[in-house]
Design a protein around this ligand. Sequence first.
Ligand SMILES: [Zn+2]
Length: 384
Amino acid sequence: MAGRADSTVLAGARVVLPTGTVENGRVIVEGTRIAGSTPEGARTVDLSGHWVVPGFVDMHNHGGGGASFATGTAEDVLTGARVHREHGTTTVVASTVTGDMDFLARQAGMLSELVEQGEIAGVHFEGPFIAPCRKGAHSEGLLRHPDPAEVRKLLDAARGTAKMVTLATELPGGIESVRLLAEHGVIAAIGHTDATYEQTVEAIGAGATVATHLFNAMPPLGHRAPGPIAALLEGERITVELINDGTHLHPAALQMAYHHAGAGRVALITDAMDAAGVGDGRYQLGPLAVEVKEGVARLVEGGSIAGSTLTLDTAFRRAVTVDRIPVDDVVRSISANPARLLGLYDRVGSLDPGKDADLVVLDADFAVRGVMRRGEWIVEPPLG
Ligand SMILES: [Zn+2]
């Protein structure tokens, strides 16, 4: 076959594959996919001195670029997704925040259209079924117990695109709701919870598979009352989300999670809000006013940390350079693990031939130098 103009060989880089890192490796891109062999006439891009890793998958993200997935318009969602793409996140799930049920249903309907168009990968409902005493940046007046019928309403509104619901499983109706989600193939995520160790074990037994931002918005680990953290770390079926922005977690807490759960059970997330990729200033998180100072988002009233301004490239770089997590392990937890959980691993999450050509080029200091999504450069590497 004659060479295709849209074939590219990325050569000379350290390529991170599921089997490990290949020095002087190559990734072949043909059209929108990764190919197994080099087509004739393919263009070669020399990426010596760089890393090529799979595109990042963010399963918990509320927005960016000044735009909100939780309350914004379709245009806003596209803006937020674009900003995160420029930072290497080629697959993003849009997270809502606690809101009025009718509003959430309408927002989910809008988001589901963007899922169908391939712009975002699914919908994550964070709240309203969470514990008032662990509400973080969610509006207390709109919180409710997790009634399975209401959970069902949200799933229906998302028309098959709901990927995850974060709930406090110890509340009345919590365990039944976990079962309902598991039956529908939607991730039941334990979070914004005041559960005991025993209550958390029960929820895991009922089918919960994710810990929403482990350590944050839940009781701390105590030696007589180990609480949800111990149960979630030891739960073999649980993947723990971590917000690695240097504010939400101490490096020792992150390292403890990697050590106990293993890299196969960690998902790095941003939990980003509107200010991600923009800067300091005043923002809204759902109905609540947020002030961002030096990159840290806090509620104007009460001062609770209100999501992050993190992008996953920063989370990646911190994990390697500050937390000293091996690159292969970071790649698993930022791409493969969330892709598997979301049921998308046949398309994204690794650089295996046949998958979407979603990849990130990092320099030796782990700064983003290139981002490709479905074979198209979002950020073009400045090299031959
Ligand atoms: Zn969140």
